[in-house]
Design a binder for this molecule. Structure first.
Ligand code: C2E
Ligand code: MG
Ligand code: MG
Length: 243
Protein backbone atom coordinates (compact mmCIF):
# COMPACT_ATOMS: atom_id res chain seq x y z
CA UNK A 1 0.00 0.00 0.00
CA UNK A 2 2.89 2.33 0.78
CA UNK A 3 4.33 1.65 -2.68
CA UNK A 4 0.89 2.13 -4.23
CA UNK A 5 0.75 5.65 -2.80
CA UNK A 6 4.22 6.43 -4.19
CA UNK A 7 3.54 4.80 -7.58
CA UNK A 8 0.28 6.61 -8.19
CA UNK A 9 -1.84 3.44 -8.10
CA UNK A 10 -4.63 5.09 -6.10
CA UNK A 11 -7.44 6.73 -8.04
CA UNK A 12 -10.87 8.17 -7.49
CA UNK A 13 -14.21 7.27 -8.96
CA UNK A 14 -17.12 9.69 -8.64
CA UNK A 15 -20.71 8.68 -7.99
CA UNK A 16 -23.48 11.17 -8.82
CA UNK A 17 -26.13 12.23 -6.32
CA UNK A 18 -29.53 13.11 -7.65
CA UNK A 19 -32.21 15.50 -6.40
CA UNK A 20 -35.35 14.08 -7.89
CA UNK A 21 -37.57 17.18 -7.52
CA UNK A 22 -35.73 18.86 -10.41
CA UNK A 23 -33.87 15.74 -11.67
CA UNK A 24 -30.53 17.45 -11.10
CA UNK A 25 -27.16 16.02 -10.16
CA UNK A 26 -26.30 18.11 -7.15
CA UNK A 27 -22.92 16.58 -6.54
CA UNK A 28 -20.65 13.57 -6.67
CA UNK A 29 -19.02 11.48 -3.97
CA UNK A 30 -15.33 10.67 -4.41
CA UNK A 31 -14.75 6.94 -3.87
CA UNK A 32 -11.27 5.54 -3.53
CA UNK A 33 -9.92 2.66 -5.65
CA UNK A 34 -6.54 0.95 -5.88
CA UNK A 35 -5.43 -0.15 -9.33
CA UNK A 36 -3.30 -3.04 -8.11
CA UNK A 37 -0.65 -4.23 -10.58
CA UNK A 38 -1.60 -7.91 -10.25
CA UNK A 39 -4.90 -8.07 -8.37
CA UNK A 40 -6.81 -5.58 -10.52
CA UNK A 41 -9.11 -2.83 -9.30
CA UNK A 42 -9.59 -3.01 -5.51
CA UNK A 43 -12.31 -1.30 -3.47
CA UNK A 44 -11.82 0.16 0.02
CA UNK A 45 -13.11 -3.02 1.67
CA UNK A 46 -9.99 -4.76 0.32
CA UNK A 47 -7.43 -2.34 1.72
CA UNK A 48 -9.01 0.06 4.27
CA UNK A 49 -8.27 -2.23 7.25
CA UNK A 50 -4.56 -2.24 6.37
CA UNK A 51 -4.59 1.49 5.64
CA UNK A 52 -6.03 2.14 9.10
CA UNK A 53 -3.80 -0.33 10.91
CA UNK A 54 -0.62 1.00 9.26
CA UNK A 55 -1.57 4.65 9.84
CA UNK A 56 -1.34 5.29 6.08
CA UNK A 57 -5.00 6.28 6.06
CA UNK A 58 -4.23 9.86 7.03
CA UNK A 59 -1.79 10.33 4.14
CA UNK A 60 -4.22 8.62 1.75
CA UNK A 61 -7.14 10.79 2.85
CA UNK A 62 -5.03 13.92 2.42
CA UNK A 63 -4.28 12.80 -1.13
CA UNK A 64 -8.00 12.09 -1.74
CA UNK A 65 -8.97 15.54 -0.49
CA UNK A 66 -6.41 17.20 -2.73
CA UNK A 67 -7.28 15.08 -5.78
CA UNK A 68 -11.05 15.57 -5.39
CA UNK A 69 -10.75 19.37 -4.99
CA UNK A 70 -8.36 19.50 -7.97
CA UNK A 71 -10.71 17.39 -10.12
CA UNK A 72 -13.73 19.50 -9.28
CA UNK A 73 -11.84 22.70 -10.10
CA UNK A 74 -10.72 21.11 -13.41
CA UNK A 75 -14.36 20.30 -14.28
CA UNK A 76 -15.33 23.89 -13.51
CA UNK A 77 -12.46 25.17 -15.65
CA UNK A 78 -13.70 22.96 -18.51
CA UNK A 79 -17.01 24.80 -18.30
CA UNK A 80 -19.05 21.87 -16.93
CA UNK A 81 -21.97 22.77 -14.63
CA UNK A 82 -20.69 23.43 -11.11
CA UNK A 83 -21.42 20.63 -8.67
CA UNK A 84 -20.25 19.77 -5.18
CA UNK A 85 -17.72 17.01 -4.51
CA UNK A 86 -17.96 15.08 -1.27
CA UNK A 87 -15.01 13.37 0.39
CA UNK A 88 -15.07 10.65 3.05
CA UNK A 89 -12.94 11.63 6.04
CA UNK A 90 -11.37 9.01 8.30
CA UNK A 91 -11.25 9.21 12.08
CA UNK A 92 -7.49 9.64 11.90
CA UNK A 93 -7.63 12.68 9.63
CA UNK A 94 -10.60 14.35 11.31
CA UNK A 95 -9.10 14.12 14.77
CA UNK A 96 -5.68 15.35 13.59
CA UNK A 97 -5.21 18.72 15.31
CA UNK A 98 -4.31 20.50 12.07
CA UNK A 99 -7.31 19.19 10.14
CA UNK A 100 -9.19 22.47 9.64
CA UNK A 101 -6.04 24.26 8.47
CA UNK A 102 -5.27 21.38 6.13
CA UNK A 103 -8.70 21.66 4.52
CA UNK A 104 -8.35 25.42 4.24
CA UNK A 105 -4.91 25.05 2.62
CA UNK A 106 -6.08 22.32 0.23
CA UNK A 107 -8.92 24.55 -0.97
CA UNK A 108 -6.56 27.48 -1.42
CA UNK A 109 -4.04 25.36 -3.36
CA UNK A 110 -6.68 23.93 -5.68
CA UNK A 111 -8.57 27.18 -6.20
CA UNK A 112 -11.90 25.43 -5.55
CA UNK A 113 -14.44 27.67 -3.79
CA UNK A 114 -15.34 26.15 -0.39
CA UNK A 115 -19.03 25.88 -1.26
CA UNK A 116 -18.19 23.13 -3.76
CA UNK A 117 -16.65 20.84 -1.14
CA UNK A 118 -18.52 18.58 1.25
CA UNK A 119 -17.02 16.36 3.92
CA UNK A 120 -18.61 13.11 5.08
CA UNK A 121 -18.07 11.85 8.62
CA UNK A 122 -19.65 8.90 10.37
CA UNK A 123 -21.56 9.31 13.62
CA UNK A 124 -18.82 7.46 15.48
CA UNK A 125 -16.17 9.90 14.24
CA UNK A 126 -18.26 12.97 15.01
CA UNK A 127 -19.29 11.77 18.48
CA UNK A 128 -15.74 10.90 19.61
CA UNK A 129 -14.32 13.97 21.40
CA UNK A 130 -17.61 15.65 20.69
CA UNK A 131 -16.64 19.10 22.00
CA UNK A 132 -13.69 19.20 19.61
CA UNK A 133 -15.95 17.97 16.80
CA UNK A 134 -18.45 20.74 17.47
CA UNK A 135 -15.65 23.32 17.27
CA UNK A 136 -14.07 21.86 14.14
CA UNK A 137 -17.38 21.49 12.32
CA UNK A 138 -18.39 25.05 13.08
CA UNK A 139 -14.99 26.29 11.80
CA UNK A 140 -15.49 24.29 8.60
CA UNK A 141 -19.01 25.64 8.17
CA UNK A 142 -17.68 29.17 8.65
CA UNK A 143 -15.33 28.56 5.70
CA UNK A 144 -18.38 27.58 3.63
CA UNK A 145 -17.91 23.81 3.48
CA UNK A 146 -20.93 21.48 3.63
CA UNK A 147 -20.95 18.64 6.14
CA UNK A 148 -22.83 15.37 6.19
CA UNK A 149 -23.13 12.31 8.38
CA UNK A 150 -22.47 9.11 6.44
CA UNK A 151 -24.00 5.66 7.11
CA UNK A 152 -26.49 7.26 9.48
CA UNK A 153 -28.25 4.81 11.77
CA UNK A 154 -25.44 2.27 11.95
CA UNK A 155 -23.26 3.98 14.58
CA UNK A 156 -23.96 5.77 17.82
CA UNK A 157 -25.30 9.30 18.02
CA UNK A 158 -26.40 11.49 20.82
CA UNK A 159 -29.36 13.37 19.40
CA UNK A 160 -28.68 16.40 21.57
CA UNK A 161 -25.13 16.59 20.20
CA UNK A 162 -26.30 15.90 16.67
CA UNK A 163 -28.29 19.08 16.90
CA UNK A 164 -25.21 21.02 18.02
CA UNK A 165 -22.97 19.83 15.18
CA UNK A 166 -23.03 22.18 12.19
CA UNK A 167 -24.42 19.68 9.69
CA UNK A 168 -26.19 19.99 6.36
CA UNK A 169 -27.23 16.43 5.61
CA UNK A 170 -27.61 12.89 6.87
CA UNK A 171 -27.08 9.93 4.56
CA UNK A 172 -29.26 6.91 5.24
CA UNK A 173 -27.08 3.80 5.22
CA UNK A 174 -27.54 1.41 2.33
CA UNK A 175 -28.21 -1.50 4.69
CA UNK A 176 -31.61 0.07 5.49
CA UNK A 177 -32.32 0.98 1.87
CA UNK A 178 -31.43 -2.52 0.65
CA UNK A 179 -34.10 -4.15 2.80
CA UNK A 180 -36.64 -1.39 2.81
CA UNK A 181 -39.30 -3.46 1.03
CA UNK A 182 -38.73 -6.77 2.78
CA UNK A 183 -37.89 -5.79 6.33
CA UNK A 184 -40.48 -3.73 8.19
CA UNK A 185 -37.86 -2.67 10.73
CA UNK A 186 -35.68 -1.11 8.03
CA UNK A 187 -38.66 0.81 6.67
CA UNK A 188 -39.53 2.12 10.17
CA UNK A 189 -35.95 3.17 10.85
CA UNK A 190 -35.73 4.92 7.48
CA UNK A 191 -38.98 6.72 8.14
CA UNK A 192 -37.71 7.85 11.55
CA UNK A 193 -34.39 9.08 10.11
CA UNK A 194 -36.17 11.10 7.41
CA UNK A 195 -38.54 12.70 9.86
CA UNK A 196 -35.73 13.44 12.34
CA UNK A 197 -33.62 15.01 9.58
CA UNK A 198 -36.46 17.21 8.44
CA UNK A 199 -37.24 18.30 12.00
CA UNK A 200 -33.59 19.28 12.50
CA UNK A 201 -33.65 21.15 9.19
CA UNK A 202 -31.19 18.78 7.54
CA UNK A 203 -31.24 17.39 4.04
CA UNK A 204 -31.53 13.63 3.82
CA UNK A 205 -30.06 11.36 1.14
CA UNK A 206 -30.62 7.62 0.64
CA UNK A 207 -27.54 5.62 -0.32
CA UNK A 208 -27.30 2.44 -2.35
CA UNK A 209 -30.64 2.78 -4.15
CA UNK A 210 -30.70 -0.09 -6.63
CA UNK A 211 -34.31 -0.57 -7.70
CA UNK A 212 -37.33 1.42 -8.79
CA UNK A 213 -39.31 -0.23 -5.97
CA UNK A 214 -36.85 1.02 -3.33
CA UNK A 215 -37.04 4.49 -4.84
CA UNK A 216 -40.84 4.48 -4.71
CA UNK A 217 -40.87 3.56 -1.00
CA UNK A 218 -38.28 6.27 -0.25
CA UNK A 219 -40.21 8.89 -2.18
CA UNK A 220 -43.33 7.90 -0.24
CA UNK A 221 -41.43 8.52 2.99
CA UNK A 222 -40.42 12.03 1.86
CA UNK A 223 -36.81 11.43 0.78
CA UNK A 224 -35.76 13.48 -2.25
CA UNK A 225 -32.03 12.90 -2.67
CA UNK A 226 -30.53 9.65 -3.85
CA UNK A 227 -27.31 7.91 -4.69
CA UNK A 228 -27.03 4.40 -6.06
CA UNK A 229 -26.73 2.12 -9.05
CA UNK A 230 -30.34 2.87 -10.11
CA UNK A 231 -29.08 6.31 -11.11
CA UNK A 232 -25.40 5.70 -11.80
CA UNK A 233 -22.50 3.57 -10.55
CA UNK A 234 -19.28 5.33 -9.52
CA UNK A 235 -17.64 6.69 -12.72
CA UNK A 236 -14.15 7.64 -13.81
CA UNK A 237 -13.65 11.42 -14.05
CA UNK A 238 -13.40 11.39 -17.85
CA UNK A 239 -17.06 10.36 -17.95
CA UNK A 240 -18.10 13.58 -16.22
CA UNK A 241 -20.20 14.56 -19.24
CA UNK A 242 -22.55 11.70 -18.25
CA UNK A 243 -22.91 13.20 -14.77
P1 C2E B 1 -19.66 5.08 1.70
O1 C2E B 1 -19.02 6.39 1.90
O2 C2E B 1 -20.94 4.82 2.43
O3 C2E B 1 -19.84 4.94 0.13
C1 C2E B 1 -20.94 4.31 -0.48
C2 C2E B 1 -20.56 2.94 -0.98
O4 C2E B 1 -21.70 2.34 -1.62
C3 C2E B 1 -19.47 2.93 -2.05
O5 C2E B 1 -18.71 1.75 -1.85
C4 C2E B 1 -20.27 2.80 -3.35
O6 C2E B 1 -19.51 2.28 -4.42
C5 C2E B 1 -21.35 1.86 -2.90
N1 C2E B 1 -22.55 1.90 -3.74
C6 C2E B 1 -22.97 2.90 -4.53
N2 C2E B 1 -24.15 2.61 -5.12
C7 C2E B 1 -24.49 1.39 -4.68
C8 C2E B 1 -25.62 0.54 -4.92
O7 C2E B 1 -26.56 0.86 -5.63
N3 C2E B 1 -25.66 -0.64 -4.24
C9 C2E B 1 -24.64 -1.02 -3.41
N4 C2E B 1 -24.76 -2.20 -2.80
N5 C2E B 1 -23.58 -0.25 -3.16
C10 C2E B 1 -23.50 0.93 -3.79
P2 C2E B 1 -17.13 1.76 -1.96
O8 C2E B 1 -16.71 2.69 -3.04
O9 C2E B 1 -16.68 0.34 -2.01
O10 C2E B 1 -16.68 2.40 -0.58
C11 C2E B 1 -16.95 1.75 0.63
C12 C2E B 1 -16.64 2.64 1.80
O11 C2E B 1 -15.25 2.92 1.88
C13 C2E B 1 -17.30 4.00 1.70
O12 C2E B 1 -18.65 3.89 2.10
C14 C2E B 1 -16.44 4.81 2.64
O13 C2E B 1 -16.82 4.59 3.98
C15 C2E B 1 -15.09 4.20 2.42
N6 C2E B 1 -14.33 5.07 1.51
C16 C2E B 1 -14.41 5.20 0.17
N7 C2E B 1 -13.55 6.12 -0.31
C17 C2E B 1 -12.90 6.61 0.79
C18 C2E B 1 -11.87 7.60 1.00
O14 C2E B 1 -11.39 8.26 0.08
N8 C2E B 1 -11.46 7.80 2.28
C19 C2E B 1 -12.00 7.12 3.34
N9 C2E B 1 -11.53 7.39 4.56
N10 C2E B 1 -12.96 6.19 3.18
C20 C2E B 1 -13.40 5.95 1.93
MG1 MG C 1 -19.55 8.26 1.99
MG1 MG D 1 -22.37 5.48 3.41
Amino acid sequence: LRKACDNGELLLYYQPRIRLSDRRTTGVEALLRWQHPSRGLLTPADFMPVAIESGLIRTIDQWVLKAACGQNKAWQDQGLPSIRVSVNISQSLFHYHGFVDLVRQTLADSGLPAGYLELELTETIAMANVDTSIRKLSELTAIGIQLSIDDFGTGYSSLSYLQRLSLNMVKIDQSFVGEIETNEGCAFITKAIISMAHSLNLFVLAEGVETREQLDVLLGLGCERFQGSLFSPPLLPDRADEI
